[in-house]
Design a protein around this ligand. Structure first.
Ligand code: F0G
Length: 460
């Protein structure tokens, strides 16, 4: 990329928030108190917070100005109709059901379309997505290409579906037992890896032939579109908006966590074309989220969501810079010889904990410990994406043992500068130098669902 306007932040800073550095002794105490789980740390004890890119974005002046235009009517808020118009314009879906965040949409989707004993396929699992599918009575099947499970393998579209795996599932269970295929674009758990337009088309063709719906997980869809523009032939000159619209046209519905690519702190939606599905979802949203014209969001939240999504779609520097900043950190780690997932993803750099700490068996939670060590080293907060996140198989009660045992170093949108990336890389390098002395963990408390959020550990 020779465009120099893409070599610096496409914004300037109008307001700042102070962050506090702690001492190593304070951090050692804090991580013990948090049971070696970075989700249980207080944010005041964190210096640079790279736990997640969800709800952690800095909003623009355009979004903040929109917050003042919140129409806080219980029913029929004008901000809802604006959001509906923006989503229709960018994604092309006929109907919109607002929700408080992504998992609210996943809940309503799963309850609307899944019957007990059904099977849902997806390009790798996501934690909350799979849980809602299972709670609605379905079994989840991973149909991502094998390359996605191998951290060091380079592939421009590691989020692609293995069409053969999908065909086999249809043969095994029958299309009438598969209400939908869930497509993450990009795939969070694989390392923020995109799916190609070509592959999306093939998935769509096969599903439509068999009467199976395709549901897009659109949390980071603009980042996926950016990768298509950079890597897929024929898309170099297309706008993100056109690419997004085309991608969505190969699907029947989407769930959205607006906390990611709509650049807000809270919000989400479920969108679809099917009238019957819309009617069912509208019935459920009033039970679980709120009226069908606010779904758990304040009017001002809906305005910020609409403006954030519109702005990020129309100004490509916003998404382009964001992906570039992740790449900047990833390249620093590669230069230091640190094992990470290749290629560098859109929202985070993923450390390969199996290669970083090969002496710690997966049952002793190497990624969990690595995240804790990075925090103690520097005050930088990251998170585990390995055996703890994968949880237990509901049928057998046994630990799922994913091939990927990763630490996610997640970059919030517009919140940190490249100086923060420099010190983050240094902190991880310091842990890398003393990696041989790091020991594993054992679990002392484990919640039944989504255990990674609240589980507690102590060193073995
Ligand atoms: N889908 C994907 C791909 C996600 O990454 C998330 C959330 C959700 C759905 C659920 O959305 O949080 O708004 O309810 N991911 C966050 C993360 C939690 O840190 O990756 P939500």
């Amino acid at each position: 990329m020779t465009d120099i306007s893409m070599m610096a932040e496409p914004y300037k800073i109008k307001m700042v928030e102070a962050i506090r550095m702690t001492t190593r002794a304070e951090r050692e105490k804090a991580i013990r108190k948090a049971g070696y789980n970075t989700f249980l740390l207080r944010s005041e004890d964190v210096w640079i917070d790279l736990l997640t890119d969800s709800g952690t974005a800095a909003m623009s002046d355009y979004q903040w100005a929109g917050m003042m235009l919140g129409d806080e009517a219980y029913a029929g808020s004008r901000n809802f109709y604006f959001l509906e118009e923006v989503v229709r314009d960018i994604m092309g879906y006929k109907h919109l059901v607002p929700t408080h965040q992504g998992r609210g949409a996943e809940h309503i989707l799963s309850q609307s379309l899944i019957k007990k004993g059904d099977h849902v396929a997806g390009n790798m699992y996501f934690t909350t997505t799979r849980l809602h599918q299972e709670m609605a009575g379905a079994s989840f099947h991973d149909i991502i290409i094998d390359e996605a499970h191998k951290p060091s393998v380079e592939h421009p579209f590691k989020g692609n579906v293995d069409i053969g795996k999908l065909e086999d599932l249809i043969k095994e269970f029958g299309a009438d037992k598969i209400p939908y295929v869930a497509i993450g674009a990009p795939v969070n758990m694989a390392g923020g890896q995109p799916i190609s337009m070509e592959n999306m088309k093939e998935v769509s063709r096969l599903c439509r032939k068999n009467g199976i719906k395709v549901v897009l997980d659109a949390a980071r869809v603009l980042e996926n579109c950016w990768f298509i523009k950079q890597r897929e032939k024929g898309y170099e000159k297309k706008s993100l908006k056109d690419i997004c619209r085309e991608l969505c046209s190969h699907t029947d519905a989407c769930t959205m966590s607006a906390k990611k690519d709509a650049y807000v702190n809270i919000g989400g939606w479920l969108a679809m074309n099917d009238d019957k599905f819309f009617t069912k979802a509208k019935e459920l949203v009033v039970v679980y989220e709120g009226l069908h014209t606010y779904g758990g969001m304040a009017g001002r939240d809906m305005e910020a969501v609409a403006r954030g999504f519109k702005e990020a779609t129309e100004n490509e520097y916003i998404v382009g810079w964001r992906v570039r900043q992740v790449e900047y950190l990833g390249n620093k780690l590669i230069d230091a010889g640190i094992p990470i997932v290749h290629p560098i993803g859109g929202h985070a750099v993923f450390l390969d904990a199996k290669a970083f700490l090969p002496h710690i068996p997966q049952e002793e939670y190497p990624a969990q410990m690595l995240a804790a060590e990075i925090y103690v080293e520097s005050g930088v907060r990251t998170m585990e994406r390995g055996i703890v996140s994968a949880g237990r198989d509901p049928a057998t009660g046994k630990n799922r043992t994913p091939k990927l045992e990763l630490v996610r170093v997640t970059i919030p949108r517009r919140a940190y500068t490249n100086s923060h990336m420099d010190v983050t890389a240094l902190a991880i390098e310091n842990v890398w130098k003393r990696r041989d002395a790091i020991k594993g963990l054992k679990i002392t408390y484990e919640p039944e669902a989504l255990r990674f959020f609240q589980a507690r550990f102590e060193p073995v």
